[in-house]
Design a protein around this ligand. Structure first.
Ligand SMILES: Nc1ncnc2c1ncn2[C@@H]1O[C@H](COP(=O)(O)OS(=O)(=O)O)[C@@H](OP(=O)(O)O)[C@H]1O
Length: 201
């Protein structure tokens, strides 16, 4: 089912994205919008014909990947993370709800949505397959320890508990020196534990 795109965050495209000056990008987008009007609900647009989903991995540059792809005039993107396939309350609302979350697109354009938690949620591969087995799946990964530290940093910055959470090493390494693979930021970096579900469905 899956077609995998492994993207190196240090790729030339990534560097281009990082260094393009904001004002330049603004003018680029204005010109592009004039040449390739997108996102307007008019008679020549429709809900997605071609769908690609960035399924993860969290803290691996999923936002940057989406924004880079969106520079292409043939790409439309969903606003925000849709979380249709991983949240039961959304999934119960049905495909029509999902379709309405998608932007309108012109014939031949690809619509992309990103919800990084899809990769690690057990039900998602089968649910996507049930919708459409030819959907393109995009997966971006990052050096696993760096990803885990990044995840820890975000969780820590959002934590409201006082005193602040212990240092990363304390959570990731047990007193006996073994790795605490049950600690979620580490568990999510063990990509192979999730990958097999996607390859087997
Ligand atoms: N081009 C490029 N090269 C290297 N690293 C990059 C790039 N773009 C984004 N990033 C880093 O990716 C982290 C954010 O990932 P996500 O967008 O997937 O985050 S999220 O899951 O949606 O919250 C975030 O990592 P941290 O800086 O560790 O927080 C970004 O700095």
């Amino acid at each position: 089912m899956a077609e995998w795109l492994y993207t190196d965050l240090g790729s030339a495209l990534g560097i281009y994205f990082c260094f393009i000056p904001q004002p330049l990008k603004y003018f680029y987008n204005v010109i592009r919008a004039a040449r390739h009007p997108r996102g307007r609900n008019n008679a020549s647009t429709t809900l997605h014909h071609y769908l690609a989903i960035i399924i993860g991995v969290r803290k691996c540059g999923t936002r940057a990947l989406l924004e880079m792809l969106y520079l292409h005039p043939g790409v439309q993107k969903a606003a925000g993370e849709v979380h249709f396939f991983d949240r039961d309350d959304n999934y119960k609302r049905g495909l029509e709800w999902y379709r309405k979350k998608m932007p309108h697109s012109f014939r031949g354009q690809v619509t992309i949505e990103k919800s990084p938690s899809y990769f690690v949620t057990p039900e998602v591969p089968e649910r996507i397959r049930a919708m459409n087995a030819s959907v393109k799946l995009l997966l971006i990964v990052r050096e696993p320890v760096t990803r885990a530290v990044s995840d820890y940093t975000q969780l820590r910055s959002h934590a409201t508990t006082s005193p602040p959470s212990p240092p990363f090493e304390k959570l990731a390494i047990r007193p006996d020196g073994s790795v605490n693979a049950g600690y979620r930021p580490l568990a999510l970096s063990l990509y192979h534990n999730f990958m097999h579900r996607w390859l087997e469905v």
